[in-house]
Design a protein around this ligand. Structure first.
Ligand code: MF3
Ligand code: CO
Ligand code: CO
Length: 293
């Protein structure tokens, strides 16, 4: 947790009105201005304005419509690169841009992560087979606004292990989202996820975290999927960030393939993930990429 910087009552109001704090924004409805300023200055967090929220929501709608179409394509025999071609074309047709393409050298327009691949799987010549689990992570930029969400699907008939890890990953996200409201902390989110997943004898990946999103792909803050209650940054209205727990059936350790992206479980166990883009509202949260969990 960062140090609290208290604004003196007689100090100049940080809203730049030129008035004293006590006769301007202190305890007024304008307090949001202070939060905006404080979160920007201290944490580099952009609290979103209504027009930005609207833009992210529209990007999220596009994302989810593509996700549904991809789900219908999935079948044994499908090549992961065919998923990339499909997602790429849908995003372009909607006058949007795939955020992952050429992002820090990532070569494709969607992440496709199969079985023991935790995340950042690069679509290629791999052919899906019966019983696989596959995470599809889609990130359109529409009119400059980023939405980020993923789901893990079954290919053909699910295995017992596949069912188990997918259900636990889905429930992990559900529990994480449920915590979100003003004055809850990032630690509360991590705790809700970690305590649940570990009680199921699964593990939470540490090396990748959720993140602020909307105006850029990866904004502050980082959102760990593990943690302790009452620790970490306090959530405030207007924050937009992803929650995207990666849950392994075995141990949490991973390695990265020579392609510099693909993250794989060290012990070869299955890994599943669900992700949504979440807005902190006045009373709780709203998903900007809503789907049932
Ligand atoms: N969509 C991923 C996330 O949830 C990021 C993928 S970055 C990439 O944050 F370069 F691997 F595509
Ligand atoms: Co993300
Ligand atoms: Co994502």
């Amino acid at each position: 947790m960062g140090k609290k910087t208290k604004i003196g009552r007689n100090a100049l109001c940080p809203c730049k009105s030129g008035k004293k704090y006590k006769s301007c924004c202190l305890d007024s409805q304008n307090n949001n201005l202070h939060l905006k300023e404080e979160y920007q200055k201290k944490y580099n967090i952009i609290l979103k304005e209504p027009y930005q929220i609207d833009g992210i929501k529209k990007s999220g709608k596009l994302l989810l419509s593509i996700m549904d179409e991809v789900e219908n394509l999935l079948a044994p025999g499908l090549k992961t690169d065919d998923i990339n071609t499909f997602v790429h074309e849908k995003i372009i047709k909607a006058n949007a841009v795939p955020a992952t393409l050429n992002y820090r050298g990532f070569p494709k327009s969607v992440c496709v992560s199969v079985n023991d691949v935790i995340c950042h799987g690069i679509p290629g010549n791999l052919i899906l087979k019966d019983g696989d689990i596959v995470n599809i992570d889609i990130t359109p930029i529409l009119n400059g606004f980023y939405a980020d969400a993923s789901k893990t699907f079954f290919v053909g008939t699910p295995t017992k292990d596949g069912q188990k890890i997918v259900n636990i990953a889905r429930e992990s996200l559900r529990r994480g989202i449920e915590i979100v409201k003003p004055n809850a902390t990032l630690g509360d989110i991590g705790f809700a996820i970690q305590s649940y997943a570990e009680a199921q004898n699964c593990s939470v990946v540490r090396d990748f975290v959720g993140h602020g999103v909307g105006v850029k792909f990866h904004e502050p803050p980082q959102v760990p999927h593990f943690g302790e209650k009452d620790r970490g940054l306090k959530l405030v209205q207007g924050m937009v960030f992803t929650i995207e727990p990666m849950i392994n059936l075995g141990k949490k350790d991973l390695y990265i393939l020579k392609d510099k992206w693909t993250a794989v479980t060290n012990d070869g166990s299955l890994s599943a993930q669900f992700e949504q883009t979440i807005l902190v509202t006045e009373t709780g949260y709203e998903s900007l990429t809503p789907f049932d969990l």
